[in-house]
Write a protein that binds this ligand. Structure first.
Ligand code: ADP
Length: 492
């Protein structure tokens, strides 16, 4: 134990000399200061953090009890022993009630006095140690409050003992739902995943590689990069959220699969048609030759459209795409596109493509080519996702200084929960093509981005199985520019 500092306060100067001598003889490692008045003692106490204080209870000016109260105030927790006169039991009791550590009655029993003082010093030094550790812990806890990684502690019994704010933010589980509960119970999926988390026996970088593992919380799958460090009382786990990265990875994988499938289908048709045309062993009549050549032309067109979409999406992402902003005669443009689409889908006799628009409409401001592309995508989708045929209607109308371009179909429809997501890049409602319709998932993403760049918005209304309505709203060329940034809207 380090040197202990003790202050003795007594107006009896004789005792003030005798006591330290007696103590120094019997105790090791103590340093003793003395004061003959309470006022002087208080000054010292304010300057030095004593391990114990011994004071006479009866002194002129300020008595021991008053001094005790001052010590409580200036140095709370400092053990104070009071020296009481013979028979002053009441005072002694009062002193103990007032927070004194112990009392020693005169004449002083030296053995008792030394033992009590030693105990007092020990208590004080232990208190100090505990306080130091508490501060250190508090500091660590405060550091943990501010890290971006989720951190939690599971003790030897498997109970969660610490759960930092990042852990709350990442998982959505508040501390009160987790702390003090078995990890297997508080963290759904932990029982399955916990054992796979790499746990190092020494802390520090490189001691173990984190693993990316899924944890299902409230029906939400989280991918966490997680590792642990074991210590005497349990394991501290640290994790970060890789859900988005993971989703992007999956999306990329899906995209590669979809695109290669989408490329292979027209390629196979082109290859097959060309091979048939090249065969010398069979006689092809004119109409058969023409239909094979049409397949080659149509499928090549499809291939170049896919390549174009990929390039365009990439340009939109990188901000390399610049749109013209001119007055566009939408009526003429829409009529042309509808005509083109009618001949493109000539073989879809189950589809009737209709156009409804007023006799005259003011021009919109935008990029004619890009607007054409938006319309082609929407009409193409309307036909594509109407495998059982039906009416596809294109409507143009003016509404509060905006032009509305509506594409309505009677096809498969879009489940409510998917209606926002279909505008996402690569997003397809049915990537496995169980409904038998192919695509890259880029069409609506491109539509949304192009329309947004023309200061317009695109929205969808649909119910599963009952067809869909896509609405593109664009500012009329005469309309004042809106300040707000129009986004994809959704009306159910
Ligand atoms: P793609 O058609 O290449 O898959 P899109 O971005 O054009 O990509 O469309 C995304 C998804 O939205 C499609 O996979 C489809 O599930 C859904 N979708 C788009 N238009 C319609 C529509 N008119 N009817 C039903 N579903 C549609």
């Amino acid at each position: 134990m380090s040197t202990a500092r003790v202050l003795i306060v007594d107006d009896d100067v004789g005792l003030l000399e005798a006591l330290p001598e007696a103590l120094l003889l019997r105790m090791d490692g103590v340093e003793i200061d003395t004061s003959d008045t309470a006022a002087d003692a208080l000054e010292r106490i304010r300057a030095v953090d004593y391990d114990a204080i011994v004071t006479d209870i009866k002194m002129p000016g300020m008595d021991g009890l008053a001094l005790l109260r001052e010590i409580e105030h200036a140095r709370p927790g400092t053990p104070t022993l009071l020296i009481t006169g013979h028979g002053e039991h009441d005072l002694a009791v009062q002193a103990l009630r007032g927070g004194a550590y112990d009392f020693v009655a005169k004449p002083i029993d030296r053995d008792y006095f030394v033992a009590s003082l030693e105990r007092a010093i020990q208590v004080r030094q232990l208190d100090r140690q505990v306080e130091k550790q508490r501060l250190a812990l508090e500091l660590h806890a405060r550091v943990l409050e501010h890290v971006d990684d989720g951190v939690f502690l599971v003790d030897g019994e498997g109970v969660v003992q610490h759960w930092n704010p990042a852990a709350h933010a990442i998982t959505g589980l508040p501390p009160e739902a987790v702390l003090g509960r078995p990890a297997d119970e508080a963290l759904p999926g932990w029982s399955a995943v916990g054992a796979s988390v790499p746990v190092a026996s020494v802390p520090g970088p490189g001691s173990t590689e984190a693993r990316t593992l899924p944890l299902e919380i409230d029906g939400r799958e989280l991918w966490l990069s997680i590792s642990g460090v074991a210590f005497d009382d349990g394991v501290v786990y640290a994790f970060r959220n890789l859900t988005e990265e993971r989703a992007l990875e999956e999306l990329k994988g899906e995209f590669v699969a979809t695109v290669s499938h989408e490329l292979r289908t027209p390629l196979a048709a082109i290859y097959g048609s060309a091979q048939t045309l090249l065969r010398e062993d069979i006689e092809l009549d004119e109409s058969r030759r023409a239909s094979l050549l049409r397949v080659i032309a149509q499928e090549s067109e499809r291939l170049s459209r896919i390549a174009g979409d990929i390039l365009l999406a990439n340009n939109l992402d990188s901000g390399r795409l610049h749109l013209a902003s001119t007055k566009v005669d939408v009526q003429q443009l829409v009529a042309e596109v509808v005509d083109e689409m009618r001949s493109l889908f000539a073989d879809r006799e189950d589809i009737s493509l209709e156009l409804n628009m007023p006799a005259s409409l003011p021009p919109v401001s935008g990029d004619a080519d890009k607007l054409r592309q938006v319309l082609i995508n929407l009409v193409d989708n309307a036909v594509k996702y109407s495998p059982n045929g039906g009416r596809v209607e294109v409507v143009l109308e003016e509404n509060e200084s905006r032009l509305r371009l509506i594409v309505r179909d009677e096809g498969l429809g879009i489940p409510h929960g998917e209606q926002q997501r279909i505008f996402g890049k690569f997003y397809r409602v049915d990537p496995q093509q169980s409904r038998g319709v192919g695509g890259t998932g880029l069409g609506l993403y491109i539509c949304r981005e192009l329309v947004r760049r023309m200061k317009g918005r695109v929205s969808v209304t649909s119910s599963d199985g009952k067809g869909s309505i896509f609405v593109v709203e664009l500012p009329l060329a005469s309309a004042p520019q809106r300040q707000s940034d129009p986004q994809v809207g959704q009306r159910a």
